[in-house]
Design a protein around this ligand. Sequence first.
Ligand SMILES: NC(=O)c1ccc[n+]([C@@H]2O[C@H](COP(=O)([O-])OP(=O)(O)OC[C@H]3O[C@@H](n4cnc5c(N)ncnc54)[C@H](O)[C@@H]3O)[C@@H](O)[C@H]2O)c1
Ligand SMILES: [Zn+2]
Length: 368
Amino acid sequence: MSTILVKTATVNYPVLVQPGLLEKLASHVRQACGEQRSIFVVTSTEIWSRWGQSFQSSFTARKIDILPLFVPAGERYKQLKTVEHLAEKLVVAGAKRDALLVAFGGGVIGDMTGFLAAIYMRGIRYVQVPTTYLSQIDSSIGGKTGVNLRVGKNLVGSFHPPVAVFTDPTVLTTLPPKELRSGAIESVKAAVLGDARFFAWLEQNMTGLLAGDQQAIARAIETSVRIKAEIVTADERESGQRMLLNLGHTVGHAIEAATRYRTLLHGEAIAWGMIAALNLSVSRSALTPAEAKRIEDLTFHLGPFPRFRTTAKILLDRTAGDKKHLQSAQRFVLPVAIGKAIVVEDVSQHELLAAIQSMLRTMKERGV
Ligand SMILES: NC(=O)c1ccc[n+]([C@@H]2O[C@H](COP(=O)([O-])OP(=O)(O)OC[C@H]3O[C@@H](n4cnc5c(N)ncnc54)[C@H](O)[C@@H]3O)[C@@H](O)[C@H]2O)c1
Ligand SMILES: [Zn+2]
């Protein structure tokens, strides 16, 4: 088992990564959180029907009562109303300030449970038990919680770090392959921005990982967690280094918004955003074409990506937000080598447009 410590200004918390952890969860929860608490598990029926028995077993063996609270699966339920319903259920079930919440699901459940924990009775404790690739390496770490509004994603939320994160890569065996591939894009991103050896390892092992090789998956999860944990430790509140995690996300978010979050999974949009970032770096001679090609090849290994229709102009508008003047400069994360990225503040709209156009050409060439 590996234990990776995330240190923040206020607290430190461990991320435990171990295949089979779920069946020993009760003792780990007890160790991290103490004995007295009543425990509420926020999950969905989809996840509970597959993994509820494993989850429950160690609690039953220790005669610890847990109460599952179900929320419907899906991004569209990541909203205040769902959090309000959950809070009401907690009150009815008698949850006091010493209650412990467990987020047992993907990033949607993790973000909502964290937010509920942040505001229920002005703040209670929670742990994360992430069940998707993306939530295991990304959303469960860093303490960002929140929900969507109709006018935009993640607009209401708070920083509320968990007491601990318990990650069992075994649960990924039931994940739809598309979700696995989409999550793995964030591993490629992590390697590109921070770990050249991991990148080379991914090149060698991606085929096995996608075919479900448990050892490869566990190693990729562990290394990706380490990269994110290090960055979050250095910069919890996203003033500097944490920005690096946005590699590929400037254009990626624009693609998600332009396709109304319906056509592509998050990682698939980020894959295209990374291609645009590579183009920009190469055009500035900040990255060699040979390195860009390696990153592009590994990214496309995670395809095929779904077709979507848009224009460079639409994407530029979405990317620029309120900075629509062609003269204005934009903050952007540039890969400058395999294993290193930097944040620059001076990307012009012309440069960005050229990078997006070149990304759209790549789409055509690749037959997407
Ligand atoms: N807080 C952060 O720092 C942060 C970072 C990145 C993303 N996010 C958020 O994370 C969310 C996306 O998370 P996600 O990609 O995990 O999506 P998700 O939570 O919607 O899960 C994806 C799908 O997989 C299913 N599922 C989950 N675990 C499963 C399993 N083990 N087996 C089978 N099916 C399973 C879910 O029911 C769902 O249908 C977004 O809302 C995003 O904003 C947050
Ligand atoms: Zn992302």
